[in-house]
Every structure is written in structure tokens, then in C-alpha cells.
Design a protein around this ligand. Structure first.
Ligand code: XMP
Length: 525
């Protein structure tokens, strides 16, 4: 709990796959909210959080199950509006004297249509317009096995669907609202309007803007850090860059950034980062050129996990060395985002298989006895971009595709050599240039070239060539967890392959990777 000057909305998470989307819809309405799992919310927590309204998320459980997730009883006595969604509705009815029933043919998954009853309520303002072509019914997205069979005393029905007689219900006196469908998903087109009505009825001012966030974050950083020194590992990615600029604005030269150049960066990347932060922002910046160290240690290594672990280990060693050189930094700044925070407190996630050991600076703070400064902990990725714009970071920089910590090492399957890295850098630059020239950069979540561990025979200018093959990758994604390959036109692919082979010596064949994730991953290693 961090923000105290704004109206706060509490989302109690019962484990729905789409709880984060509720937060998104609310943030779009400039409402400050936090998601907390049901088993971390007790009456003492409610008191200290002091929400102005509460939302119960959906969830996979059944209220009939042993130990079914429940909200703390005190939540109904707070005197604040509550909105229950799907499982949240069932739980609300169950706790307040209504009835929930098992399936029996009334399960609904997917698109459904809700029609209004005779009762009306401002929570449905903008719904059921007869002149919008839907004949006064609204499309909603259902996903429930159990259903409410009897509403709790004081509730009335505002909307019904064929399999959910209590699709939309309200207790107007207590400002409790409960819906069987998911208003947060895209497939409930008027869902955002429902949230808007709910927060308006709850009295939210909608004052949570990026400008306000920036001011508050600066105040908090000053308060936390005092006159101590802070060190920040700058990767050139959006998150660490925005964190660094924000912290620099708060505490000036008490912040030192360390940019570890492992020799696995893209063409011109180190210069761009150093120029921007050291020259443009005038920040104390250590440019640690350690390419010999990293490339030396990676010589002869072809196993992807060994590569990742080697880079992770050296990164920490180098960072530690330079952190010591500035003498006594008590704080380590990190660009941790909200989704990372949520994942780490997830109550439903079981042990998952490690597909790739992602490289980061985890473990450093404890090892070096440092405290963390994480000014982006409450933000989603696109909110970080909005904050970056607010802070005046150049648009081109803010919109950059993600780039992984191990850099080109994982785009060079098999053994890494300086020659291959050099070819890859130049080919990648041509590919990205093509994407920008065709105006496609912002439609793509991530695009890059990878150099394959094989040579193929070709013919150029009547002569035989025996050169490297290159794979091009471009994906669309929301969060990198799943991804679709980007459907370039044949013309684009043909033109790009020709340009790369003509302009980059050492490549004589280009493939396009049409694998989605799953079953593939975004990076090749
Ligand atoms: P994968 O290949 O796992 O990638 O589908 C998903 C997203 O994560 C990035 N990625 C990394 N980022 N350190 C990072 O900071 C890593 O070790 C790492 N490995 C993959 C990848 O670029 C994509 O955006």
C-alpha cells in the first residue's frame, strides 16, 4: 500500500485469469486501484487500506468447495460500494443470504446476450440503448459453471440472460452490485461503461493521472532515500530508463547508473544509451565496457542455459565491482513493474517448469546489503511508457521493442563468435530499418534477426557462396507470455531478404520464422 492521497479502490482477487484487466479498465478511468489476493485481505488490512469501493474478481473455485475462497466478513460492513464479478457475484450472494447452484445445464461459456428487466438503475446508464442496432440487448462474456439461483435479500434483478436469470443484480440501498459475466474483457463491449458507472456512483474523482503519479513518486523517492546514494543498472530498455530518469529528477546526482556493455548489444546501441543519459540527461553514468570478459567466458559455449547463467553471473560481478567504485550506495534502483509484483504474490500458481532462466539482477540487493527503490511497482507496461512521455523521454526510445538481458547471445544459437555477432548486428539493423520504413514498427511487439548455426551454398555474381543463414522473427503479443508470428506480406519478406543479402556480407540465405508461442518461444534460445 503506497498511495494515500488518492481515492483507492481495492480489487480482491479470487484467482481469475483476467483480474489484471479489471485494474486496466479502472486505470483507464484514472482510478487508483490495487489487486490483493483474497487470502491476504483480512479486516485489519481493510481498515488500513481504507478503500472507497471494492471489487470481487472472478475465480475458478466453487463456493461449495472445501475451503472455498471467501472475502473477510467485515468487507460488507465497510459501508462502501462493492461490485462482484462472476465468482465474485456468487460469493456475494452466498455470504449475504442468497443461493448458488451447481451447473445442471446452466453453465455458460462465451458470448451471451443480456436483456433488461423492468427495473432500471444508473449503474446501467448507457446500456440497453434501443437505437444502437442490438435491439436493446447487450453482448456479454460469460464463463461460469455454478450460478446464482436465489438473490440475497435487498437485491433486485436488472438484467437476465437465457442461462443466467440473475445476470445483473443490485442492492441499491447498500450500493452492492453483482454480475455473472466479465465486464472487463473485450468481448463485453459495454463493460468499460459499467465500470465507469460503478466508480462514478462510488464517488471517485478520477484524479489518478500520470502527472500526479510523477509528483508523488518523486516525493516518495526523496522520502525513502534521504541523502544516501542510489545505484541503478541501466540496460537501455524502457523500464530501467524511465526508473532512472524519474529517480534522477528526484535526487539528482545522488543517483549513479551503471551500463554494463557485455559486447552482445545491437548496432550503435551502447553509443545511443550513453549519449542519451550522460550527455542529454547529464546523469552520472558508468559505461562498463566488459565485452572481452563476457565474450571470453562464452567462447566455445553453445548450451543455451550455460550461456544465460554465465552472462547472469558475470553481469552481477561487474555490477558489484562498479557499485563498489562509487562508494557506499545504500539503495539499488530497479524497474520492477506491477505484473511482476502480482506474479510474486500469486496464491494460485503452482510450481512451474523453468523454460529459460531469465537473466536479471535478482539476488543482488541481499548479497550487497542494499535496499530496493522500485518507483514503477504500481504501473503496467503501457503506463510506464506514458510516464516516460510525461518525463520527456523521446518517443522513439519509449516505443522500443523489448531487448533481452543476455542480448544477442540468445539470437546466435550454438557457439558465439565475434564474426557471427558482427554479421548479426548489421543484418538486424537492415531488418529493423525495413520494418520502420514500411511503418510497421509500432504494430509489432518485438522483431529481430537471429544468425543460425549453419552455412548454406548460394550463387552470387556467377560465383559460389558458402555463408550463414539468417532467421527473421517478428511477433505480436501483449505481455510476451504468448505470441503470434507477424503476418508480413510476401513482398515485404522478399524485399527484406534481398536487402540483407545485398548489404550484409556473410549472409546468403534468409528464413522467416512462422512459429507462434507456444509452441515456440520468442527468442530462439
Ligand atoms: P521468450 O523467449 O521466453 O521471451 O518467449 C519472452 C520475452 O522475454 C524476453 N527475454 C528476456 N528478457 N532477460 C530478459 O530481460 C532474459 O533472460 C530474457 N529471455 C527472454 C524476450 O526478449 C521476450 O521479450
Amino acid at each position: 500500500m503506497t498511495d494515500s492521497t488518492h481515492d483507492r479502490l481495492l480489487i480482491i482477487d479470487f484467482g481469475s485469469q483476467v483480474t489484471q484487466l479489471i485494474a486496466r479498465r479502472l486505470r483507464e478511468l484514472n482510478v487508483y486501484c490495487e489487486i490483493h489476493p483474497f487470502n491476504k485481505v483480512d479486516d485489519a488490512f481493510l481498515k488500513s487500506f481504507a478503500p472507497k469501493a471494492v471489487i470481487f474478481s472472478g475465480g475458478p473455485a466453487s463456493v461449495f468447495a472445501d475451503g472455498a475462497p471467501m472475502p473477510p466478513k467485515g468487507v460488507f460492513d465497510l459501508g462502501v460500494p462493492i461490485l462482484g464479478i462472476c465468482y465474485g457475484q456468487q460469493v456475494m450472494m452466498h455470504c449475504l443470504g442468497g443461493k448458488v447452484e451447481r451447473g445442471h445445464g446452466t453453465a455458460e461459456f462465451g458470448r451471451a446476450y443480456v436483456t433488461p428487466t423492468a427495473a432500471t438503475h444508473p449503474v446501467l446508464s448507457g446500456w440497453f440503448d434501443t437505437d444502437d442496432g442490438h435491439g436493446g440487448r447487450e453482448q456479454v462474456w460469460m464463463s461460469h459453471g455454478d450460478h446464482v439461483s436465489e438473490i440475497a435479500p435487498g437485491f433486485q434483478v436488472l438484467g437476465t440472460s437465457p442461462n443466467a436469470p440473475f445476470a445483473i443484480t443490485a442492492n441499491p440501498k447498500r450500493h452492492f452490485y453483482a454480475v455473472q459475466f466479465h465486464p472487463e474483457v473485450h468481448h463485453t463491449p459495454k463493460g468499460a461503461k459499467l465500470y465507469e458507472n460503478f466508480v462514478r456512483l462510488a464517488g471517485f474523482k478520477g484524479d489518478w493521472t500520470m502527472g500526479a503519479y510523477r509528483e508523488e513518486a518523486i516525493r516518495k523517492i526523496r522520502e525513502q532515500v534521504g541523502d544516501e546514494k542510489v545505484i541503478c543498472g541501466l540496460s537501455g530498455g524502457v523500464d530501467s530508463s524511465v526508473a532512472a530518469v524519474l529517480i534522477h529528477e528526484a535526487i539528482g546526482d545522488q543517483l549513479t547508473c551503471v551500463f554494463v556493455d557485455h559486447g552482445l548489444l545491437r548496432l550503435g546501441e551502447a553509443e545511443q544509451v550513453v549519449t542519451m543519459f550522460r550527455d542529454h540527461y547529464n546523469m552520472p553514468l558508468i559505461h562498463a565496457d566488459e565485452s572481452d570478459l563476457f565474450l571470453g567466458a562464452l567462447e566455445g559455449v553453445s548450451d543455451p542455459e550455460v550461456k544465460r547463467k554465465t552472462i547472469g553471473r558475470l553481469f552481477i560481478e561487474v555490477f558489484e565491482k562498479h557499485a563498489k567504485s562509487i562508494g557506499g550506495a545504500k539503495f539499488l534502483a530497479q524497474g520492477t513493474l506491477y505484473p511482476d509484483v502480482i506474479e510474486s504474490v500469486s496464491f494460485s500458481g503452482g510450481p512451474s517448469v523453468t523454460i529459460k532462466s531469465h537473466h536479471n539482477v535478482g539476488g543482488l540487493p541481499e548479497k550487497m546489503g542494499m535496499k530496493l527503490v522500485e518507483p514503477l511497482r504500481e504501473l503496467f507496461k503501457d503506463e510506464v511508457r506514458a510516464l516516460g512521455r510525461e518525463l520527456g523521454l523521446p518517443a522513439q526510445f519509449i516505443g522500443r521493442h523489448p531487448f533481452p538481458g543476455p542480448g544477442l547471445a540468445i539470437r546466435c544459437p550454438g557457439e558465439i563468435t565475434r564474426e557471427k555477432l558482427d554479421i548479426l548486428r548489421r543484418a538486424d539493423a537492415v531488418y529493423i530499418d525495413q520494418i520502420r520504413k514500411h511503418g510497421l514498427y509500432d504494430d509489432i511487439w518485438q522483431a529481430f534477426a537471429a544468425i543460425l548455426p549453419m552455412k548454406t551454398v548460394g550463387v552470387m555474381g556467377d560465383g559460389r557462396t558458402y555463408d550463414y543463414a539468417l532467421a527473421l522473427r517478428a511477433v505480436t503479443s501483449v505481455d510476451g507470455m504468448t505470441a503470434d508470428y507477424y503476418p508480413f506480406t510476401h513482398d515485404f519478406l522478399g524485399e527484406t531478404a534481398t536487402r540483407i543479402i545485398n548489404e550484409v556480407q556473410g549472409v546468403n540465405r534468409v528464413f522467416y520464422d512462422c512459429t507462434s508461442k507456444p509452441p515456440g518461444t520468442i527468442e530462439l534460445e
